[in-house]
Design a protein around this ligand. Structure first.
Ligand code: TYM
Length: 343
């Protein structure tokens, strides 16, 4: 962490456009910390992992929409393209090139132990029907990261294993050639926000589980998402003393509500059985609208200025391309693929 503060710390992070828009789990778990790190002189490489979305999205219209939405969300939430390098993964072909290389430095056995793959198996999917994109997902992710030789990778807890396997690939590559081509990056995961619980109160908030609180959806939908959130199951009436710890609605208040004295007052009254769940949720909704209102307005402006967005992405891909081309040249030289016939 001291290194982060030193101002020369480079970070890389991506988001997969597999759902329609960002939710508060993405925002507090990854986007907010990554955006804060854009101030760092070591540079922030933040991208839309559109190739990763192919593991689940096989409908071109849906994918087009998802990509546009996540790009607009990210910019609206405060990503500054003059400070961070913001781009689309597919616009920088070196991500795919390095993927082909890195697959040779990790074993099948190691890949089989990855969560995303194991989760599918646990959900009853037949092993033989799992697509190879999903199986190879961590290799593409390792390429995303290693191309930029970052110090850290700001992510949520669910991505920890992917950063670990990235380190393993880097280590085994470095060892094979006896030099440190890839410095080992560390996962940057916040203790407080690395795993935001979903509105079902059980699993992590996730687009695929349908337990999210959105940021940019219609007010009525966000209200519905908040109102249907799990609270304290043992509380039958608003006069029963309620539990604040582990109660997702209060976790959301801690994250979203900038009126800290209101939050303390609600917690106190909840514990004493002096406030109903509806009021607690109503106030959460008001706080949500207050916090995200500027971003929601910015997003509307961006929607009407897609030329600017295209320009931002083009510039970002150019900047990312400069570094990733350099790394690929170094990699091909190290491998022996660059020889007297192609220099
Ligand atoms: P993705 O798109 O599923 O999620 C984007 C980021 O949001 C974090 N996140 C959460 N954090 C806290 N609580 C939650 N409930 C929550 N839900 C999501 C994720 O941990 C992630 O950091 N494989 C990645 C994208 C990726 C990437 C990369 C990340 C591709 N290449 C290279 C870092 C570096 C993914 O699918 O994240």
């Amino acid at each position: 962490m001291d290194k982060i503060k030193s101002g020369n710390y480079r970070v890389v992070s991506g988001i997969t456009p597999s759902g329609s828009s960002m939710h508060i789990g993405n925002y507090f778990g990854m986007a907010k910390p990554a955006i804060e790190l854009q101030e760092n002189s070591g540079g922030a490489f933040l991208f839309i992992a559109d190739l990763h979305a192919l593991t689940t999205v096989h409908n071109s219209e849906e994918l087009k929409g998802n990509i546009t939405n996540v790009v607009l969300d990210y910019l609206a939430l405060g990503l500054d393209p003059d400070k961070a390098t913001f781009f689309r993964q597919s616009d920088v072909p070196e991500h795919s090139l390095l993927t082909v290389v890195l697959g040779n430095y990790i074993s099948y056995g190691h890949m089989k132990r990855m969560h995303a793959f194991k989760d599918k198996l646990q959900k009853g999917t037949n092993q033989d029907s799992i697509n190879m994109g999903l199986f190879n997902y961590p290799i593409l992710m390792a390429a995303d990261i290693l191309l930029y030789k970052p110090d850290g990778v700001p992510v949520g807890e669910d991505q920890r294993q992917h950063v670990e396997i990235t380190r393993d690939m880097a280590e085994s590559f470095n060892k094979a050639y006896g030099k440190e081509i890839f410095p080992l990056p560390e996962a940057v995961i916040s203790k407080e926000t690395g795993k935001i619980v979903g509105t079902d109160g059980k699993r992590k908030m996730s687009k695929s589980l349908g337990n999210i609180i959105g940021i940019f959806e219609d007010e009525s939908l966000i209200k519905k998402q908040i109102m249907s959130s799990y609270t304290d199951p043992n509380r039958k009436k608003s006069t029963d003393p309620g539990k604040v710890e582990g109660n997702p609605v209060f976790q959301y208040h801690d994250l979203i509500n900038d009126d800290k004295s209101e939050v303390e007052d609600l917690k106190k009254r909840y514990r004493e059985g002096k406030v109903g769940d509806v009021e607690v949720k109503d106030r959460l909704f008001t706080a949500h609208m207050r916090l995200f209102d500027p971003a929601r307005k910015r997003r509307k402006e961006l929607e009407n200025n897609l030329d600017l967005v295209r320009e931002i992405l083009e510039k970002g891909a150019e900047k990312a391309g400069e570094i990733s081309k350099k790394t690929m040249t170094e990699v091909y030289e190290t491998l022996g693929i660059r020889n007297q016939l192609n220099v």
